[in-house]
Write a protein that binds this ligand. Structure first.
Ligand SMILES: Nc1ncnc2c1ncn2[C@@H]1O[C@H](COP(=O)(O)OP(=O)(O)OP(=O)(O)O)[C@@H](O)[C@H]1O
Length: 260
């Protein structure tokens, strides 16, 4: 009998039978991945396993050789310019490098995506930018500073405020804690967790940082052997017998044994 009570929300991201080839080199082969609303998915894999390429394909910046990428129900291979622009307003991206424009003040960096939309008067954009900064833990006293006046942790927070400026439903994070000291890293993880809760975000994050993977992710997707070899809760992924997984989680397992 059909279960009439269950709601089947549309996946935020659906990747089906994706192939990526650069020249003779195959990077992804028959890769499948589905991200449901509200998940925080950690994307892990060895260097060159194709994590960045996969995220670029989800953002429509790279086209897969074969296969289908659907975001918010839109098949990217069939999306026209207007549909792509509509999608771009529904996601935010926190880049690892060059997170801020060095010639713009903190508030102008955050205001930029809103100004590009040309939908709001500037006084409203400034207020909205101040609110986003506050959400990311940056007070108004820092609004007119230049990026060069900020610490690494503050730069990440301002970049996060900018990624959130269009109130995205989907947030991409590329190595969000890289370069932060342990205390700033833990604070940044807490910030993302609270935003995830308050803003009902879906998050996809590339990271090598075991600590943030285990404390944040509802699911981990492991990229190896050209596809997703495991996609489950951190607890279950850690149990999968595969050389990459065993090596990657070795330290976490050892910690568990020490504690237990
Ligand atoms: N445009 C391109 N042309 C040719 N090769 C490319 C291109 N983009 C990526 N590659 C190759 O594809 C492979 C996957 O790269 P990608 O950056 O996606 O890996 P990654 O898993 O993010 O690696 P890392 O963890 O080191 O950042 C690499 O071997 C890279 O050199």
């Amino acid at each position: 009998m059909a279960d009439t009570n269950s709601t089947h929300a549309q996946p935020v991201i659906q990747i089906e039978k994706l192939w990526t080839q650069f020249g003779e080199t195959v990077i992804h082969q028959d890769l499948d991945l589905t991200v449901e609303p509200g998940e925080i998915v950690g994307l892990v894999g060895g260097s060159g396993s194709g994590k960045t390429t996969l995220v670029r394909q989800i953002l429509g910046l790279n086209r897969p050789t074969r296969g289908k990428v659907t975001v918010f129900g839109t098949d990217l291979s069939k999306a026209n310019v207007n549909q792509m622009m509509a999608l771009q307003n529904r996601w935010g991206m926190l880049f690892q490098m060059g997170a801020l424009f060095s010639a713009l003040t903190v508030i102008d960096n955050v205001a930029l995506p809103m100004r590009e939309l040309r939908a709001l008067p500037d006084y409203l954009i400034k207020d909205a930018a101040l609110l986003k900064l506050q959400l990311a833990g940056i007070g108004p006293e820092h609004a007119l500073k230049m990026p060069s006046d900020l610490s690494g942790g503050m730069i990440k927070r301002v970049a996060l405020a900018r990624a959130l400026s269009l109130e995205p439903e989907l947030l991409f994070l590329d190595e969000p804690t890289a370069g932060l000291d342990p205390a700033s890293s833990a604070a940044f993880v807490q910030l993302i967790l609270s935003l995830h809760k308050d803003m009902r975000l879906t998050v996809v994050m590339i990271t090598h940082d075991l600590e943030s993977l285990l404390s944040m992710c509802t699911k981990i997707a492991v990229l190896a052997d050209k596809h997703v070899i495991a996609y489950d809760t951190p607890e279950n992924v850690m149990k999968v017998k595969h050389p990459f997984i065993e090596k990657f989680f070795l330290s976490a397992r050892e910690e568990q044994h020490t504690v237990g």
